[in-house]
Design a protein around this ligand. Sequence first.
Ligand SMILES: [Zn+2]
Length: 242
Amino acid sequence: MILRNVFKAKGLKVVGMKVMKISDNAHQLTQWGMINAFLVEEDDGFTLIDTCMGQAEAIVEAAADLRHPIVRIVLTHAHQDHVGSLDALVKMLPAALVMVGHRELRLLRGDLTLEAIEARFPLRGSYVESHAKVSRELDEGDKVGSLRVIASSGHTPGHIALLDEREGTLFAGDAWSTLGGVIPGGAMNWKFPLPAMATWNRKVALETSRKLCGLEPERLAVGHGRTVDVATAAMKKALARA
Ligand SMILES: [Zn+2]
């Protein structure tokens, strides 16, 4: 169900997002038909997962329309299309707590060096430097409201996914994509090659995709593409092809 589809011209910049309810607790916000962020409802307000690019006003407006404040912002990883509205959002929502994966924080701060234990592949994709105050660094098993943090390295070294344990929705960031088909991280999809082209370590990304499938999610919500229901069956099929 599309709740709202508002595009506004602001100078040369077009601000706008499609807002869609994807489950009992979550709404998907989509920029340009291909970049997603999510509003996850909790008792005290929304947790925003990822931020798209240049969409702070549209995101705040969408939350206001849905009559909940954004109280937390969680980043799956530090690529531009996930972090690109963060600094503006922090200015608009100074009370919101910002959270990022423990390993990913250094990338967000602009330090793109690898750690000694990490495979020597070049970092790919566009990283954005932000010095927004981070309230919490997240690791495997941490809880953010109803969301459980799942370490999901591969696309980037410190990528995290989030599983809503109330309803089984997996917010997989770029560890999976569904644009042009359900595709595990690291696998090339010529219909939409950007996630694979921006992946740091394809072997680890594929292992991570298997790990996420093993959680047997009900629903797969990703950075790029539509949300998929009956997700585990679709993920298993995609892994068998990869
Ligand atoms: Zn990415």
